[in-house]
Design a binder for this molecule. Structure first.
Ligand SMILES: NC(=O)c1ccc[n+]([C@@H]2O[C@H](COP(=O)([O-])OP(=O)(O)OC[C@H]3O[C@@H](n4cnc5c(N)ncnc54)[C@H](O)[C@@H]3O)[C@@H](O)[C@H]2O)c1
Length: 402
């Protein structure tokens, strides 16, 4: 056995040569191993990256749908139980407006299938609770995303919807500064995926969808009429809703889809959205915390044309009933189809201090108010609807204060 010295300093040159060769072989194999190890690490890292990319892409596409039982639930829920009824796919069915519209349609005997991705923009347990309400009335709510074209294809295949009530969207004006891409995901990409599915369906459904009063943006002419300018959005939310109006127009023009866009004005009522001011104000007032009340230029109070949920539901159903048919088939237009836009408002704006006054009265607690100049975060100073078109077309009523 060579000594340590011999190991380091071989006694003969030949031995040294051999040792040297051996050393080089070892070194070569070590460096090869090192390279292999590096390669494997890189491969693992790229696999993990790819996985996380796929996961984030599929975050909304939960594979909870499919299978015999699931298809049966969809089919049963879509069944029409009145003569001349309709079979409606309600997107955003676990949302505030979607849950109310679904219940109202089901109540009169229409077939309803809900679709919602239960995202966590606000507490998903509220969405689950709304879903339970719908389940109790035999409305099946599919958990899935409107960007999932395979899911949409499957749903249309099973249920053959006559109408789509499209309410799924990323709502809220201020959140757009925090998570702009969620607006693009749901309000633009999701809308296009849904329209593609509708265009390809045979027969094509008629589509009623929620735009927003926010499209009036910085328009100062009151009350807001459908023909007023909508090219000055004040928020990304508004911009995506405005884009939705243009996108739906394209699908109407090219493919003959019947389209009705509804510009909702600040909807309120039971099971409402917790991100809306009347909720946060109530919570803070009850907890004795101060509330921030924004004011416009020259201390002008902000005002909203608050619209009660029942009136909005009537407007949605009136729109579905009068929507007219899509004319295309197999992705081809066969003739002109209706393209309509309606304001669904109350025509009676309420200032924010008035709203706070009502809360104080009902809660029997005085609010601690901090008046602050409205920051430029997407809000507009006031909204006020002219609803004469909706009144004429489907009897929309005005000014019902609850
Ligand atoms: N409530 C209002 O005051 C108001 C005003 C103007 C316009 N709108 C519009 O009306 C519609 C309904 O609003 P809401 O107040 O019920 O809001 P909401 O947030 O309570 O309901 C929307 C639902 O859509 C779901 N959703 C979002 N993105 C989705 C996606 N990609 N795939 C599947 N589901 C998705 C959400 O989980 C949610 O349950 C929205 O389009 C909103 O922009 C509402």
């Amino acid at each position: 056995m060579p000594s340590l010295e011999e190991e380091l300093f071989p006694s003969t040159p030949g031995k040294f040569k051999d040792r040297n060769r051996h050393f080089h072989r070892c070194f070569a194999s070590t460096s090869t191993m090192f390279l292999w190890a590096l390669f494997l690490i890189a491969l693992t890292a790229s696999y993990l990256c790819f996985q996380s990319f796929v996961d984030s892409g599929n975050r909304y596409f939960s594979a909870t749908w499919g299978g015999h039982h699931w298809e049966k639930q969809v089919r049963t829920s879509a069944q029409i139980r009145r003569s001349h009824g309709m079979s409606v796919l309600v997107t955003g069915a676990a949302g505030f407006v979607g849950s109310h519209v679904s219940l109202a349609l089901k109540k009169r005997g229409d077939g309803v299938v809900g679709l919602d991705n239960f995202n966590n923009y606000y507490d998903p347990s509220l969405k689950k609770a709304r879903k339970n309400l719908l389940n109790e009335q035999d409305i099946f709510v599919v958990e899935g995303d409107i960007n999932d074209s395979k899911l949409l294809l499957k749903l249309f295949d099973i249920a053959g919807f006559t109408h789509v009530m499209h309410l799924a969207a990323q709502a809220g004006v201020r959140y757009a500064m925090e998570n702009p891409n969620s607006y693009v995901h749901s309000n633009i990409a999701g809308l296009v995926t849904l329209l593609e599915a509708c265009k390809n369906a045979n027969p094509q459904p008629a589509i009623v969808w929620a735009s927003s009063s926010s499209v009036y943006g910085l328009n100062e002419k009151v009350p807001f009429s459908e023909s007023d300018r909508t090219d000055q959005p004040a928020s990304l939310y508004a911009a995506t809703k405005k884009a939705g109006e243009e996108i739906t127009h394209t699908y109407n023009h090219i493919y003959g889809l019947s389209i009705t866009g509804l510009r909702f004005f600040t909807v309120y009522g039971p099971w409402g959205r917790p991100d809306m001011a009347y909720f946060s104000f109530t919570r803070n007032i009850l907890q004795g915390k101060p509330i921030t009340v924004y004011r416009g230029k020259n201390r002008v109070d902000l005002a909203r044309d608050f619209t009660y949920i029942d009136d909005v539901v009537k407007g949605c159903i009136g729109s579905l009933d009068t929507s007219g048919k899509s004319t295309g088939s197999g992705g081809k237009k066969r003739g002109p189809a209706p393209y309509r836009i309606f304001n669904l408002g109350n025509t009676s704006p309420v200032t924010v201090p008035m709203m706070v006054g009502m809360l104080e009265k009902h809660l029997k607690v005085k609010a601690k108010k901090n008046f602050v100049v409205m920051p430029g975060n997407g809000d507009v100073p006031f909204t006020h609807a002219n609803i004469s078109s909706a009144r004429k077309e489907f009897g929309m009523r005005e000014a019902r204060r609850k």
